[in-house]
Design a protein around this ligand. Structure first.
Ligand code: BLA
Length: 244
């Protein structure tokens, strides 16, 4: 269902950045469910480059029952650019939920004008993908922008309009990274470090994926996956002084 999206993201990443593998904790790179009647697999990929300190994406394939493509890009700490967040979910082909956003680290006017307003032009072309749905797990005012794509769809719309929207948002994001001026002030960098950590803490707490992972792979694996891979900075370890 979302395999072409994953493929496109991967190709674009390698075209635009000098990526190196970033290790995934042993046992968390992939898993196969031994529960239930439908086999489910999850696989994850993780990279880094000079400008992107963590690029991760995961794909859950439980056949007709569930297909999920999830990704977050964390820029290096010396860039205050929003995180790129993607969460595309399809359950039984009928229930499709898609979310894609430039997830802002700060909410002041200057920040929004610089990093969020440029999304408007693309967002306005895809009204069917921005349905103003209510958020039950997250707070729309934290780490989401007003131009996020957030919609419940059928599979036709996914092909016809989500794919072009995905391509346009990615293109804009790459452009933003390319144009970004690295921060040099230690205090500015520290603010970014803290905001990215807070994103991980917030997400580890709220992420509705825990139940889904647990049902396939058990609660123990699920906890590890969330805390040691997806949102590993939820528990702050040592903060490096290089700003990376
Ligand atoms: C919702 N995301 C969900 C749901 C699940 C996941 C199961 C609930 C769907 C439902 O309503 O039944 C699944 N989340 C995952 C998976 C992973 C994950 C599988 O992190 C990891 C592999 N979520 C993100 C990112 C964004 C995001 C990066 O991980 C931002 C673009 C958004 N997911 C998001 C939002 C909802 C959601 C806004 C709706 C939740 C709500 O209503 O508050």
């Amino acid at each position: 269902m979302f395999a072409p999206f994953k493929q496109y993201l991967e190709t674009e990443l390698f075209k635009n950045f000098d990526l190196h593998s970033r290790p995934i904790p042993p046992g968390l790179e992939s898993n196969v469910s031994e529960r239930g009647k439908n086999p489910a697999t999850i696989q994850s990929w993780c990279y880094e480059s000079e400008q992107l300190r963590k690029v991760r994406y995961s794909y859950i394939d439980a056949g007709e029952t569930a297909q999920v493509f999830n990704s977050v890009i964390y820029p290096a700490h010396n860039y205050d650019i929003p995180l790129l967040g993607v969460d595309f979910l399809s359950f039984g082909k009928k229930k499709i939920l898609v979310v894609m956003d430039f997830q802002p680290l700060f909410r002041d006017r200057a920040y929004i004008d610089k990093y969020i307003e440029p999304m408007k032009e693309i967002r306005d072309k895809y009204n069917e993908l921005a349905q103003d749905l209510e958020m039950k797990f997250y707070d729309a005012n934290q780490y989401f922008s007003k131009y996020l794509l957030f919609a419940k769809l059928d599979s036709e719309t996914v092909v016809n309009s989500l794919f072009p929207a995905f391509q346009e948002y990615l293109k804009l994001y790459w452009q933003m990274v390319a144009d970004a001026e690295p921060l040099t002030d230690a205090e500015d960098i520290q603010r970014v470090i803290e905001a990215q950590q807070e994103y991980d803490r917030y997400s580890a707490e709220r992420d509705p994926a825990h139940g889904l992972f647990s049902s396939y792979f058990g609660a123990e694996w699920s906890d590890k996956f969330l805390n040691e891979f997806l949102f590993e900075d939820a528990v702050p370890l040592v903060v490096s002084s290089t700003g990376k």
